[in-house]
Design a binder for this molecule. Structure first.
Ligand code: UD1
Length: 364
């Protein structure tokens, strides 16, 4: 099978980001593509459910790399993807986001002389202890086409000396997916299932290695959240990485209002988030989604690579220390309802813009 474009996806947040790009490539004039799933995420609830709900096409190739250390996981994708690239010889490899599959996809391609397109290029936390920051910096350095979600990303790339004609501010494909599924998410029964009333509960997600891998750090962060759970239910869909650490802190289960769930599907989570009073998270994508939904968000990190979510959106940094988290929660709850002012081009058409640029590049 030959196709000019090979698209790589591997971890949960990748799936929402590739869906609009694949849809755009299927529009006329069609651009044939191959979809490769690296298998970085493989649980039913981390992967298959998202393919189903987002109506993603079945991957043409599955690399089944599974979990591992930073190096082994990245190396497994590199090695297996190289063989696929040699067989299919695409002209361009498209990668999204900042996960290990993104980095490995970009490296495997560029080393074979295949051009790389990066969706969500240019975001910088300036914190090189984050594996994602390394993935972003390296992927952008070897990319031919860089698709940016926000103006700060364009400025970062300019500062790093990337030629301006390679950078395209196109908007946010994750928001394309949000807008395309908002109505369907409205039919989710998740609130009934959990016995929740709109605007009366908080949602929590945590999965950054620096927050969750050490049970002591995680336990400290959960302190102010357990206090919040005395005031309103806190719904906590637990990422597999975090589940491991929680075993080490049995007291976390002691707070009655803090409710642990398995990871949720896209539609249930979107509904849960949309109707919540407050979201607490260390995810990048959720900072963006709450910005568009107009739901107050406290980011449980010291920095964000997505400053537009603070400037235009409902996001505030709570840090990772109990005092800061407590203060940010109070401020967020006092902030009242917010009318969303989405950042420029977060209008549901980012995938189409990317499709347009890719066609131009392939024709040139
Ligand atoms: C990865 C990304 C992170 C992204 C996150 C979204 C990197 C460096 N990090 O982090 O940027 O925000 O995905 O979820 O790529 N596991 C399962 N089942 C799965 C997948 C993982 O049980 O389907 C467990 C395994 O024990 C694994 C751990 O979760 O070791 C971590 O998975 P991994 O893909 O290494 O990183 P994430 O923490 O998910």
């Amino acid at each position: 099978m030959t196709a000019p474009v090979l698209v790589v996806a591997g971890a949960r947040p990748n799936f929402m980001k590739v869906a609009p790009v694949l849809a755009a490539l299927r529009e006329e004039p069609r651009v044939p593509y191959l979809l490769v799933h690296t298998g970085q995420h493989y649980d039913e609830r981390m992967s298959a459910l998202f393919f189903e709900e987002l109506a993603l096409p079945k991957p043409d190739v599955e690399l089944n790399v599974g979990s591992g250390t930073q190096a082994t996981q990245t190396a497994a994708v590199l090695e297996r993807l190289e063989a696929v690239l040699l067989e299919h010889r695409p002209r361009m490899v498209l990668v999204v986001g900042d996960v290990n599959s993104t980095l490995a996809g970009a490296l495997a391609a560029v080393k074979l002389g295949i051009a790389v397109a990066h969706v969500e290029a240019g975001l910088r936390s300036f914190d090189r202890t984050m594996p994602e920051e390394i993935n972003r910096v390296v992927t952008d350095a070897v990319s031919e086409l860089l698709f940016a979600t926000e103006e700060s990303a364009v400025e970062n790339l300019e500062r790093e000396g990337v030629a301006p004609e390679r950078v395209h501010l196109v908007g946010n494909t994750m928001i394309d997916t949000l807008q395309a599924h908002r109505e369907r998410a409205g039919a989710s029964r998740i609130l009934d299932r959990l016995g929740l009333e709109p605007a009366s509960y908080a949602v929590l997600t945590l999965h950054r290695p620096s927050n969750v891998d050490d049970p002591l750090t995680l336990s400290r962060m959960l302190g102010p959240i357990r206090e919040l759970s005395a005031r309103m239910p806190v719904i906590f869909p637990v990422h597999p990485r975090t589940r491991e650490s929680l075993r080490g802190i049995p007291e976390a289960a002691g707070a009655r209002g803090l409710r642990f769930l398995d990871p949720l599907g896209y539609l249930d989570f979107l509904r849960l988030m949309s109707e919540s009073r407050l979201v607490l998270t260390d995810s990048g994508g959720i900072q963006e989604e709450t910005t568009v939904l107009g739901v107050p968000c406290v980011t449980l990190r010291d920095n964000t690579e997505r400053p537009v979510t603070i400037r235009n959106g409902t996001n505030r940094l709570g840090g990772t220390e109990p005092e800061g988290i407590r203060k940010a929660i109070d401020e967020a709850l006092a902030s009242g309802s917010v009318v969303p002012t989405p950042p420029p081009l977060w209008d549901g058409r980012a995938g189409m813009r990317i499709g347009h640029v890719l066609r131009g590049w392939l024709d040139a």
